[in-house]
Design a protein around this ligand. Structure first.
Ligand SMILES: Nc1nc2c(ncn2[C@@H]2O[C@H](COP(=O)(O)OP(=O)(O)OP(=O)(O)O)[C@@H](O)[C@H]2O)c(=O)[nH]1
Ligand SMILES: [Mg+2]
Length: 367
């Protein structure tokens, strides 16, 4: 790694110098304010010290080793790769600590403040700011609109990298699980309507929520409105029977009782009920009004159940959308739908990377 330190008036001034000396792949490791000049401590000027670095290539590293022929090639390559990964991790850590509002030019600082308001994770913000700093360094004339568009493209790229579908074919049995009151039943009604009206599919419903007295009636009401069959099950034996009864249906949506999934015993109960079948798709429903740490705890608890998709609800009840991007980044579980209101069947959006980017940058019209 090559390091170079610059003392400048502001970060924008440092960018062309870094690019000239270290190239456009260079990273900013640290920035700090320093006092320079003056006499006996008086009349000093405040300057910015910027440390930038460029990683030397893995191949160059291998070649420059003293006796490469004495070690088999593969272990050497593996060692170099793991050293590089460690170094990059250190650099990232460094950047996360050093990039803050004060070290950013105003155009980026205001964007950063907006992302903080959206509760976007500090690591994601630092990565984004580092990329935007380099871009704006290449092109100091960047307008705020252009910076916004660059940020949007970067966010879309991040989402695309993390949102690969986990199942290769369309499911024919989708099970909805999640904490109490997040909107599982309402969302199932919206999705059932979507399959029927938009895709013209024959839909069937199953519910295992015999826990709450009104729960079965709630789903039965939707089944009645949509004129589709519904079965109530209490055990996995019942479930097999219900699936046979609904064999005519092209897609079956199954509702489950809301449980406090921060407690593992409820996950074990669910495991006993769900069919062991690769065609079953499991959707975890979470509300965006929950605390991010609580969402994480629930997902972490679901280690034993293969989760295929996330479904997020109550977007209309919160003004911060950062959790959506944090989830994409931290778990790479595809997010298929976002529900944004109580109206069945209208208040649901099919998720695209562009939609999430609009949400986190705060320029959506979708509630
Ligand atoms: N604002 C808003 N309310 C929603 C949304 N989705 C569902 N709700 C409301 O949330 C409440 C609970 O919805 P349900 O569908 O019964 O939630 P559930 O997860 O099935 O609840 P349990 O089965 O009791 O665990 C209802 O008042 C819904 O109208 C949404 O996207 N936005
Ligand atoms: Mg319910």
């Amino acid at each position: 790694m090559r390091l170079k330190t610059y003392t400048v008036n502001n970060i924008t001034e440092a960018m062309p110098m870094i690019k000239r000396d270290l190239g456009s792949e260079a990273l900013i490791l640290n920035t700090k304010k320093v006092k320079k000049g003056g006499l006996f401590g008086f009349f000093q000027k405040e300057k910015l010290e910027v440390i930038a670095a460029i990683e030397t290539r893995a191949t160059e590293k291998t070649e420059s080793r003293e006796k490469p022929q004495q070690q088999p090639q593969k272990p050497v390559e593996e060692k170099v790769t793991s050293e590089l990964i460690d170094e990059l991790k250190n650099i990232k850590q460094f950047m996360m600590q050093s990039i803050d509002d004060k070290s950013l030019p105003e155009s980026l600082a205001s964007l950063n403040r907006r992302l903080v308001k959206q509760d976007i994770d500090a690591g994601i913000r630092s990565d984004l700011m580092a990329k935007l700093l380099l871009e704006t360094g290449r092109n100091p004339e960047c307008t705020e609109q252009q910076i916004e568009e660059l940020a949007r493209q970067e966010i879309i790229r991040l989402i695309e990298g993390h949102q690969q579908s986990r199942s290769s074919k369309d499911p024919d049995f989708i099970c909805f699980i999640g904490p109490t009151g997040v909107g599982k039943t309402t969302t199932i009604a919206k999705i059932a309507a979507d399959y029927m009206l938009r895709e013209g599919k024959k839909v069937g419903l199953i519910t295992s929520d015999t826990y709450r007295i009104a729960a079965v009636e709630q789903l039965k009401t939707y089944a009645g409105i949509l004129d589709i069959p519904i079965k109530v099950v209490e055990s996995s034996a019942d479930l097999n029977e219900a699936m046979e009864d609904l064999a005519e249906c092209e897609i079956i949506l199954m509702d489950t009782a809301g449980r406090n999934y921060q407690q593992k015993q409820y996950i074990e109960e669910l495991e006993l009920l769900l069919p062991e079948n690769n065609k079953v798709q499991i959707n975890l429903v979470l509300s965006l009004t929950s605390k991010y740490e609580d969402m994480k705890k629930i997902i972490d608890n679901f280690q034993t159940i293969k989760m295929d998709q996330l479904l997020l609800t109550k977007k209309d009840e919160t003004s911060s959308s950062g959790a959506i991007l944090n989830l994409v980044h931290d778990y790479s579980i595809p997010i298929r739908y976002i529900a944004n209101g109580q109206n069945v069947p209208d208040d649901i959006l099919a998720v695209t990377p562009e939609l999430i980017a609009d949400f986190v940058l705060g320029d959506d019209d979708n509630g």
